[in-house]
Design a protein around this ligand. Structure first.
Ligand SMILES: *[C@@H]1O[C@H](CO)[C@@H](O)[C@H](O)[C@H]1NC(C)=O
Ligand SMILES: *[C@@H]1O[C@H](CO)[C@@H](O)[C@H](O)[C@H]1NC(C)=O
Ligand SMILES: *[C@@H]1O[C@H](CO)[C@@H](O)[C@H](O)[C@H]1NC(C)=O
Ligand SMILES: *[C@@H]1O[C@H](CO)[C@@H](O)[C@H](O)[C@H]1NC(C)=O
Length: 724
């Protein structure tokens, strides 16, 4: 079908839907509507479990098995964001190749018989660089993001339309027979709306109208948006939506949970967040007992933030504690317990969706929710909110409930599932070392030279804002100045303040010290004793970012990089260099030369791989290369253990597997992330090319290649093994 005809067809569907007023199961034959109980797909009410899997956080080779495991886990819908900054790296230039192949991902979901929820945003937050915005947006004159601002609305509408048109042209909306049953516009805007005053509410209305006007034939949602304009459905995000959600803003809209966090994101310097299978199951059952009919796990599979795609301070692995771990292995008992929950709830879907709900108190901390009607039968949810076990009496039968647990009663009589009773055994992840990289003669290295003021061509009498200089083409910006120490400066101390994220200071070519902020403490303050010579002294500062921010209002105004540089001497004497003449170098020489490539573009003559195999341990600003590592046999996921390094980025066969930062320890003294995933699709037979750039100093002889497996259940049991 040519696109024009598709649009016409959808327009007719849209008319039918709007005449039906979004209600009534008798609406369109094909497509999606809703009522106050649930989504209605092809005329039928649906109770849906959904799992977030983000296509660019794994590889196309991994997609089929991730989706198959989600399906086997009782998931009906795959939820994904759309990543604007991947798809439109330059205005009007689009990329849908490789990991960015959104259409291929959706078609894989379709071929496995699942539905898809497309969260277009196009602001997505998602712990993703700049919340998904392409950085070029910042240079659009007069732009203010996410408010009633014409330039912003133009680009938002332009990209949203591009995606919707792409989906239509591929026939992917449910109204066309495709898998997409929902789309999302904006994302958790309710968190920032107040900052924009009346313009915020006007923007929400505009966004809803714009989206609905695109005539997809399926409903739109806005999460954390109590004022979502009709017919857009407001949905809940959080860990306890059965308790926290104020509900849909109209009785004609279903109660939906778009983000149930089975864990939480992790930052460098932070510990992993562990949430138990029992706790997740309790809150899912509670939400369903309180009329919820859609629950999505954010994330079902987190994956890997390859390259420089994380936002500020987030680690490279994403939601590793999800039902599927970073590599796609089952995390038990979480995966299996939720699978049993889904099966149990699905087995009572009829009375849940068709029955009338009644509530009863069963004790001071116990309650019951019953769904019942003459034709579809009866189901009861018995809730024990107490931290102690309880016995409750319901319809003349006594039921034992574990502490903080919900029992599901088929036919209002037989307990088929209890959220605090876990039947699935825990599994443990194990690494097997395949190769050490301890042979000195296999490494080649080269160290970046510290640029001096005299090397720079771009200069200013100020410390310029970091990201305005780099345009996010690199994490790195050099600031360099020269000053004459005229009179005797005793015990000089270099004082640097920066808005983030990392500074490495060099005085007369020698590393003087480093400092960094964290997700909680944004401002970097550093005082390091230095040595000065009489006459000219050279101060060079390498400012580094660990991803652009992804949240909060006025992202377009955020500033980074050094704001104050001064040399303090004993007594009151000091040199304030903040307004000195600074020279700038954007990025590293090795980045421009593309050291990670096999046939690097050798424009930068000054950076040649050192061939004699001298390994430079604990050497800052050093590139490392190794060409001899083989691909481990089998299918187990492959990781690099980088514990002995410091901070930097790592590439395999030219592809970045992400930033590493093992020197930023957690409060318990461990790296937040020691293992870095190399998808098998990045590897090839024979010698693989490994390149690392190390900022602070590390020991490449201590790193190792490992495979990962689980000990204990990693198999999906067949449904017949479950209590029904
Ligand atoms: C989006 O903007 C580009 C110019 O940047 C224009 O060529 C294109 O037609 C626009 N698309 C839509 C759907 O408005
Ligand atoms: C669930 O829906 C029923 C029927 O619409 C309503 O009476 C009841 O108050 C709702 N319960 C909750 C907890 O939202
Ligand atoms: C960014 O840099 C340009 C050119 O150097 C300058 O005109 C502009 O004021 C800077 N903007 C910000 C926000 O710093
Ligand atoms: C990673 O390597 C370090 C240093 O050799 C070692 O102590 C640690 O046990 C390794 N971690 C894993 C998970 O293999």
């Amino acid at each position: 079908m040519e696109p024009g005809r598709v649009v016409g067809f959808l327009w007719v569907i849209g008319m039918v839907l709007s005449l039906a007023g979004g209600g009534g199961a008798a609406a369109a034959e094909k497509g999606v509507t809703y009522d106050g109980r649930s989504l209605i797909i092809d005329g039928q009410r649906k109770l849906l479990f959904s799992g977030s899997i983000h296509y660019p956080r794994s590889t196309p080779q991994m997609w089929p098995s991730l989706i198959a495991k989600a399906k086997a886990g009782g998931v009906d819908v795959i939820e994904t964001y759309v990543f604007w900054n991947l798809h439109e790296p330059k205005p009007g230039q689009y990329d849908f190749s490789g990991r960015n192949d959104l259409v291929k991902f959706i078609k894989e979901v379709q071929s496995q018989g699942l539905y898809l929820c497309l969260r277009i945003g196009p602001f997505i937050e998602a712990e993703w660089n700049y919340g998904g915005f392409p950085f070029w947006l910042r240079d659009i004159p007069g732009i203010v993001y996410r408010t009633d601002n014409e330039p912003f609305k133009f680009y938002m509408q332009n990209f949203t339309t591009k995606i919707v048109d792409l989906m239509k042209s591929e026939g992917l909306y449910a109204s066309q027979g495709g898998p997409i049953i929902l789309s999302q516009i904006e994302n958790e805007y309710g968190n920032v709306e107040e900052a924009f005053r009346e313009q915020g509410a006007a923007y929400v209305r505009w966004a809803g109208k714009m989206a609905v006007g695109l005539q997809t034939g399926v409903p739109w949602i806005m999460c954390k948006q109590p004022d979502a304009p009709d017919p857009v459905i407001n949905t809940c995000n959080g860990m306890r939506c059965g308790e926290t959600f104020t509900g849909p803003n109209s009785p004609d809209k279903p109660k939906m949970w778009t983000e149930n966090w089975p864990s939480f994101f992790q930052v460098f310097g932070g510990e992993p967040y562990i949430r138990s299978a029992e706790d997740i199951a309790f809150h899912v059952a509670l939400f369903v007992a309180k009329n919820g009919s859609y629950v999505n796990y954010y994330m079902y599979h987190g994956g890997t933030n390859f390259g420089r795609t994380t936002s500020s301070y987030f680690i490279t692995g994403y939601y590793d504690q999800s039902p599927l771990d970073e590599y796609g292995l089952l995390r038990q008992p979480k995966y299996g317990h939720l699978k049993e929950l889904h099966l149990a709830i699905k087995s009572v879907a009829e009375p849940l969706l068709q029955g009338k709900q009644t509530f009863l108190s069963l004790g001071s901390l116990q309650e019951g929710y019953v769904f019942e009607d003459a034709t579809s039968g009866c189901v009861a949810f018995l809730v024990n909110n107490n931290a102690k076990a309880a016995t409750v009496t319901f319809r003349n039968n006594a039921y034992q409930l574990r502490p903080k647990s919900i029992g599901i009663l088929q036919n209002c009589a037989t307990m088929i599932f209890e959220t605090a009773r876990v039947n699935v055994a825990k599994n443990i992840r194990a690494t097997t070392r395949v190769q050490l990289f301890d042979a000195e003669d296999k490494w080649t290295t080269v160290t970046e030279s510290v640029p001096r003021f005299s090397d720079t061509s771009f200069r200013a009498n100020a410390l310029l804002e970091h990201t305005n200089m780099t345009k996010d083409t690199t994490d790195y910006l050099w600031y360099t100045t020269r000053f004459d120490s005229k009179s005797a400066c005793m015990n000089p101390v270099l004082h640097i303040e920066s808005l983030g994220h990392v500074v490495h200071a060099f005085v007369n070519n020698v590393r003087a010290g480093s400092g960094h902020g964290s997700r909680d403490i944004k401002v970097v303050k550093m005082d390091v004793p230095i040595q000065l010579t009489s006459g000219p002294n050279y101060i060079s500062i390498l400012s580094a970012m660990v991803g652009l921010p992804d949240s909060g209002p006025f992202l377009e105004k955020k500033s980074f990089g050094p704001t104050k540089v001064q040399v303090d001497c004993s007594g009151t004497m000091k040199y304030d260099l903040t307004r000195s003449k600074w020279g700038y170098q954007v990025g590293l020489v090795g980045e421009k030369a593309r050291m990670q490539d096999k046939n690097k573009v050798n424009k930068a003559k000054s950076l040649k791989w050192n061939k004699n195999g001298v390994v430079l341990k604990n050497q800052p600003l050093t590139w490392y290369k190794q060409t001899t590592f083989g691909t481990p046999k089998g299918d187990d996921p492959v990781v690099l253990n980088l514990t002995t390094m410091g901070k930097g980025e790592v590439w395999v066969n030219g592809q970045s597997i992400g930033r590493y930062w093992v020197s930023f320890l957690t409060p318990s003294g461990h790296p937040s992330q020691a293992l870095y995933h190399i998808p098998r699709a990045f590897l090839k037979e024979g010698g693989n090319l490994l390149v690392m750039f190390e900022e602070e100093g590390g020991d490449p002889l201590g790193i190792s290649l490992n495979t990962v497996s689980v000990i204990g259940p990693n198999q999906q049991r067949s449904p017949s093994q479950f209590v029904r």
